[in-house]
Design a protein around this ligand. Sequence first.
Ligand SMILES: Nc1ncnc2c1ncn2[C@@H]1O[C@H](COP(=O)(O)OP(=O)(O)OP(=O)(O)O)[C@@H](O)[C@H]1O
Length: 226
Amino acid sequence: MFSTEPVLSLDHADIYQGSKLILGDVSFQINKGDFAYLIGRTGSGKTSLLKTLYADLWLQSGKGFVAGYPLEKLKPRDVPFLRRKIGIVFQDFQLFSDRTVEENLRFVLKATGWSSKAEMNNRIADVLMQVGLGTAQKKMPHQLSGGEQQRVVVARAMLNEPQMLIADEPTGNLDPAVSDQIMKVFQAINNAGTAVLMATHNYELLNKYPARVLRCQDGQVIELGG
Ligand SMILES: Nc1ncnc2c1ncn2[C@@H]1O[C@H](COP(=O)(O)OP(=O)(O)OP(=O)(O)O)[C@@H](O)[C@H]1O
């Protein structure tokens, strides 16, 4: 159904925190439409790997390619453009607590170059609909549950129609029923063609929503069953 165009590829990449090698010789590819989990013990390097993909850590050796950008040749001025092509979701909901849902989303659109009020309103309505929160526009974050806030964060990550969603423990603070809702949102996003790479400790989700599994272990990334 989807082409096998890679949205992410790492080729003999070394992932460092400062001068400390965290993961060595990492090679894998994620194609448009793929869903992959990233698992591994605490401290095994999941977050460091994800940070390298959105250029919070620089790729110092090996090659990397994310949404059309070569990581090893990336210039600081490219970083905001790279990040527009990927949506990023963390465990802690980082919404502005003093702004409505709509204002939170509009802030990101303006910061990423949108100017037409009508187009911004349409896009905000679309992404909120996509995460099942079509009526939450005027609400303040504190009026929403944790799961709803996380869905707003996912909606925010989808504003610029990213090629890939990168999520670091997106269900970490949520109870199982609410984690299920987030997973269903991710699946719908994935079915619509956006690749998803999700770091998680939640093995129940892996069983319930099977997909590719990459594991960080002993300084390496291995594909399970691959
Ligand atoms: N800012 C930093 N400076 C130096 N070392 C760091 C930094 N952040 C993380 N590390 C180290 O990098 C290693 C990998 O950490 P990382 O956060 O990537 O693991 P993780 O698999 O995401 O863990 P968790 O599941 O607990 O989030 C650890 O040894 C950690 O101590």
